[in-house]
Design a protein around this ligand. Structure first.
Ligand code: AHG
Ligand code: MN
Ligand code: MN
Length: 337
């Protein structure tokens, strides 16, 4: 008999049975997010034919010009998730404040955060982009829901993942029991389990950083990259390779598949900003996935998952991936301090 394919639905049901890691509401939530990602994937695929490329005439709360697909992806996620009874509220890169589930629908116990489309600069040039999401439980201290309910450290996540729209559409997920990957089977219209228990090699010869910002970096960051660039003749004694896709999803996906280290550090361009990437819906979910795959994630000084957020759109310095490289980065930052 041919080996049976395991769909996302079956995977979730089995996880629910085996480890009790996925209560019914969370399972529904993950299925709904996956369904939304399927329709975002369709829109992304159509590209110019669907009239979805280009810039919208708006800015988001972070002062970034929105692309049409940023807005479409945001709407798809909200519409898919608001009526199921599994959520209390949502928050997104593309919305100033939280979106409370309208009271015509039942209120659930979860909070969903997302970057509806990561890698906006790559949309129009047909390079991989993706959706990143993070799920928290609403604290039950008080009725209703408010922004402060979202401000929990990444260690409190109950599920996290991303869907990458590349040559394949791949959903990558953790519920705290390792990392699993599902590939979208377009004929069947379902996500099929294609890899389980993903492990990031502890060592690597590959790094990802936007080198054009080098002159703005802090000293430990410069030191780390200088040593990589020095190659075999330098203190590291090996040659390094560099990759920068400019979509965090795509760079992190590569790291989950073959190791590497990804960095978007604080820099002097806007010193008051902790970094470019957002803690709650970019750094936290990616850090948890990476840790679940045996890697590490830090802001240079602290484990990202331990940071206590102070606001929804908080930014953070990010270094994540192969464990020994992340430890070296932490050590260089500590030596300077
Ligand atoms: P977004 O498109 O959601 O705003 O995020 C883009 C982020 C991240 O995906 C990527 O790693 C980084 O910005 C790229 O920044 P540069 O343009 O500075 O390379
Ligand atoms: Mn992003
Ligand atoms: Mn985005």
């Amino acid at each position: 008999m041919a080996q049976q394919k395991i769909s996302l639905t079956r995977y979730l049901v089995e996880q629910q049975r085996a480890d009790g890691l996925i209560p019914g509401q969370l399972r529904l939530l993950l299925e709904v997010v996956a369904r939304a990602c399927k329709s975002i994937s369709q829109a992304v695929n159509k590209g110019a034919l669907g009239g979805v490329l280009g810039t919208a005439e708006s800015e988001n709360v972070q002062g970034e010009i929105q692309k049409k697909l940023d807005i479409i992806a945001n709407e798809v996620l909200i519409e898919a998730n608001e009526w199921g009874g599994h959520l209390a509220a949502m928050a997104s890169e593309e919305m100033d404040s939280i979106y409370v589930v309208p009271n015509r629908y039942p209120q659930g116990e979860y909070l969903l955060m997302f970057d509806p489309l990561d890698g906006s600069s790559n949309i129009d040039v047909n390079v991989s982009i993706g959706t990143i999401f993070s799920v928290l439980k609403k604290p039950d201290e008080h009725p209703g829901v408010q922004e402060s309910d979202f401000l929990q450290p990444g260690t409190q996540q109950v599920a996290a993942g991303y869907c990458i729209y590349g040559p394949q559409t791949t959903l990558v997920l953790t519920v705290g029991n390792g990392v699993a990957m599902f590939t979208l089977d377009r004929e069947q219209g379902s996500f099929v389990l294609t890899q389980e228990d993903i492990q990031i090699p502890v060592d690597t010869k590959e790094f990802a950083i936007n080198m054009s910002n080098m002159r703005h970096w802090d000293e430990p960051m410069k030191r780390y990259i200088d040593e990589c660039l020095a190659g075999k003749e330098g203190p590291r004694g090996k040659d390094f390779n560099m990759r920068w896709i400019a979509s965090m999803v795509a760079d992190v996906h590569r790291i989950l598949m073959r190791g590497g280290v990804f960095m978007y550090p604080w820099d002097k361009r806007e010193p008051e900003k902790a970094g470019k990437l957002r803690l709650m819906y970019e750094a936290n979910p990616m850090s948890w996935l990476v840790e679940q795959a045996g890697g590490a994630a830090t802001n240079g000084k602290q484990r990202i998952l331990d940071l206590k957020p102070t606001k929804l759109h908080e930014r953070v310095s990010v270094m994540l991936g192969s464990r020994n490289e992340v430890e070296r980065l932490t050590q260089y930052h500590a030596e300077k301090a």
